[in-house]
Design a protein. Structure first.
Length: 221
């Protein structure tokens, strides 16, 4: 007899975790970097920009400046010209220069290993801080991007009011030791199978298993 996943959020979460572990046993970090500083800059650049585009831009930037000390020797205009293809370059270039200055003045040139200190840096919100804490330092975190927010709604694992609520809901449903890997697994799945245009909760293997009788596309909140 097939399992009725529609009745239990926990059942759905367990199924999702099991399937994603089969599909993505390893989870390489999508943004190219060599340390916590270059990861921080890459994540900041990835706002409203694809990881692929960021990975095309960062080699040129990091060739000139791959430490805070080198970055502040560049002008904001120079940084902006290099990162322009990523979009929002006026704001991002200013944030990169200013956060590099703060790292030198307040943190001995090192990226701080705390949410509070990271979120005080210009251009660094909770999601960026979560990625750095998770991927650079290995602390349990669940960064929620548009893919994760969308898929969590498709799978009815969250009310979907906002990304903050989605993060809380997913943290409650999944074991802490799975968070760092799982957030990447969901992103990979969202890009490969459950795409925004291609699935809408109706097509991909996980959506059709969890909700085989669903007829209407999910309208995202």
């Amino acid at each position: 007899m097939s399992t009725d996943y529609t009745k239990s959020k926990k059942l759905r979460a367990d199924y999702v975790l099991n399937e994603l572990n089969k599909l993505y046993p390893t989870t390489p970090i999508p943004l190219d970097h060599k340390d916590s500083y270059t990861l921080l800059i890459a994540v900041l650049l990835s706002a409203q920009c694809t990881d692929e585009r960021v990975n095309q831009i960062t080699p040129s930037l990091f060739k000139k400046a791959d430490t805070p000390q080198k970055m502040i020797k560049l002008s904001v205009d120079t940084i902006r010209e290099i990162i322009k293809p990523c979009g929002l370059s006026p704001r991002k270039s200013k944030a990169i220069w200013e956060l590099s200055q703060i790292l030198i003045e307040k943190h001995n040139g090192e990226v701080p290993e705390s949410f509070e200190d990271l979120e005080e840096l210009p251009g660094v919100g909770h999601k960026t801080a979560s990625v750095v804490m998770s991927q650079a330092f290995g602390h349990p975190a669940f960064p929620v991007d548009t893919h994760i927010h969308r898929l969590a709604q498709n799978w009815k694992l969250t009310s979907g009011k906002n990304v903050e609520q989605t993060e809380k809901d997913l943290k409650r449903l999944f074991p802490m030791e799975s968070w760092n890997k799982l957030h990447l697994q969901i992103i990979f799945y969202g890009r490969e199978y459950c795409t925004a245009r291609g699935c809408k909760g109706l097509v991909c293997p996980i959506c059709t298993t969890l909700y085989p009788n669903r007829k209407k596309a999910i309208i995202k909140k």
